[in-house]
Design a protein around this ligand. Sequence first.
Ligand code: NAP
Ligand code: 3JM
Length: 337
Amino acid sequence: MGEVNIAVVGATGAVGREMVKVLEERNFPVANLVLLASQKSSGEFLKFNGKKIEVSELTKNSFKNIDFALFSAGSSISKKYATHAVTAGAVVIDNSSAFRMDNQVPLVVPEVNPQDAFKHNGIIANPNCSTIQLVVALKPVYDKAGIKRIIVSTYQSVSGTGKKAIDELMEQTKAILNKKKIKREVYPHQIAFNILPQIDEFENNAFTREEMKMIHETKKIMHDDDIKITATAARVPVLYGHSESVYLETEKIMDIKSLKQIYLKMPGIKLVDDIHNAKYPLAIMSEIYDEVMIGRLRKDLAVKNGINMWIVANNLRKGAALNAVQIAELLLGSQEK
Ligand code: NAP
Ligand code: 3JM
């Protein structure tokens, strides 16, 4: 692979820092790494491959000679700056919700719909973290047996809201243990020792935007508008890793044994399912494993083509930074041919 120039927009954030780590860990062929953030961070340094790289302020002119611009600074920044990156000749891989449902923008999970990545017009969108782990688990079931119904409930960690939310959970926990008053800035309610059944704003249909992201994005990635999917998204006082309880109804009956065999062979999936030894995916395991972990696989008792499972993945890595870097790898691999 030839070396390429990479810009990371939002490099100082929870996702951006993970981007830099993932590029290093995967020996991504980086010629030049440009780290961009707000004015407040300009002059800070981040480490990459043993070298300190200075963070610069993001401007419209930040993208000269950049091949890939990995954006994770929120949707308003993506809307404002992505076209400048594309005009400068870069391919944008955007982690925000800004372009995900745009018909001109592919929404890609390399294990699920890699072919879509090549249809881009300069921008490729990374799905929402909860959608990514869901569709990785759905794909082999969909291919083998068809899926007509999905009911998903999420248990999402605070790192999904960014670095301020990680601090808020830690500070509130300390305050409560020390019998002090808690401070609340990021979430509408106390998050320590609590569960919030709200992620992002409410829409007019009484679902939250996070829930609607999962519903729309799943249909787009699977190329199937007929899947009946409903979602409930909750924030839990966990630092890293999103967990999901998933119920599926397949078109054809699928037996659990053969599904386990398929999952065992799928790249990007780690089957953790040994209930007699209390082995199932745990949020804390996502700090070690990059795969989407699947467990608690079982046949539904009331519906003969119903399947239940529990899935966990690292929201900052497979849910954001890793998926984005895998998309870049996919494009680079094709340029080699
Ligand atoms: P974060 O920890 O709050 O980091 C935000 C980053 O954006 C920081 O680097 C920040 O720079 C930068 N930023 C903020 N305002 C800026 C500006 N005006 N100009 C340039 N940079 C600016 O948040 P995060 O968790 O990393 O998430 C960032 C975004 O990634 C989210 O808003 C979301 O759109 C996306 N995201 C996607 C997924 C996914 O599943 N695909 C998951 C999580 C997040 P400073 O440090 O200088 O403020
Ligand atoms: C995850 O700018 C914003 O409002 C960012 C909000 C946000 C998003 C989003 O909508 O891009 C925070 C955390 C996401 C996401 O992945 O959809």
